[in-house]
Write a protein that binds this ligand. Sequence first.
Ligand SMILES: *Cc1c(COP(=O)(O)O)cnc(C)c1O
Length: 355
Amino acid sequence: MIEELKIYVEKVKESKLASLDRDQLNFGKQFSDHMFVVDYEQGEWKDPSIVPFRNISLNPATSFIHYGQSIFEGLKAHRGQNGEILVFRPGMNLKRLNSSANRLCMAELPEDIYFSGLKELLKLDKDWVPNGDDASLYIRPFMFGTEPFLGVKASDSYRFMIITSPSGKYYSKPVRVKIEKGYVRASRGGTGAAKAAGNYAASLKPAQLAKAEGYDQLIWTDAQNHELIEEAGTMNIMFVIGGKLITPALSGSILPGITRDSILSLARSFDIDVEERPVRVDELVKAAENGALSEAFGVGTAATISHIETIAHDGIDYKLSHIEDAPIANRIKKGLDDIKRGRVEDKFGWNLLID
Ligand SMILES: *Cc1c(COP(=O)(O)O)cnc(C)c1O
């Protein structure tokens, strides 16, 4: 038996919920009343607590600010059919958090602390999980090195926190993306498979340049030769070519997305032909030219599925069919939403019920 974890709780004096504009839920700007905090010091995770959402104070020499030991996760809680709260595959996020922690030489978080903290926080802030088909409570767990020391080494101490943010739809429009062959997000042997803050920092400049050229996002290619497709911006990428659902195999520089994994399982259960394998840029361009490429979409927690309407390569824009003509993406999106919101049987056992 695992002992029940004791969490210190300090509640807000007055909830901010009344001032939440429920018709204007944008992404990541409004935060629920409470947050979960636990510190790792001298080899031990200590004093897990839930406190009002508020600023934190840091020593200016705090190691992660300088050397970037900072990782995060993203997952969602949804309202089920009877108003119950369902969290989608939280165990996968813990697994990935700890594999990111391992790659960045950080402390790993024990399962009981993660699940007790997550459940207690969601119970306390349950009224922040919005209703509505496109709405959810976005959950952001994260960890960073806290040792106040300017020497370059792995931090001796860490902080793990969970904050949550009610959110509406993420990407609303189909996006225009450009195949990037200059900049890279990640290389083999690097930190691309970890959900590390620094990977995002590296991706901002190329994304900004693509924006200036009229594209919403990039398609990253492999760092060695720019011959293989990796990801779409901050999402994994999938294509339908000749009726098959095709996605790049995990290579070490691709982030192992939980949405990606869920879609592959769901598609197989729908008897859709699925291929996880290296996808060559020239193969994709050829399929776009000859019409075999019928759908392309990014997949990730924030948007679930983000339709791609245009793929640019070497200065040429290839237009894809309209969303209404993306039967596989639409079927998968609906299938996944139905599970997440408890409309169909959760046959994969993906939801954690908060009661
Ligand atoms: C988080 C992330 C994804 C998507 O992962 P999910 O678990 O599906 O949300 C894909 N690519 C990158 C680079 C990411 O950071």
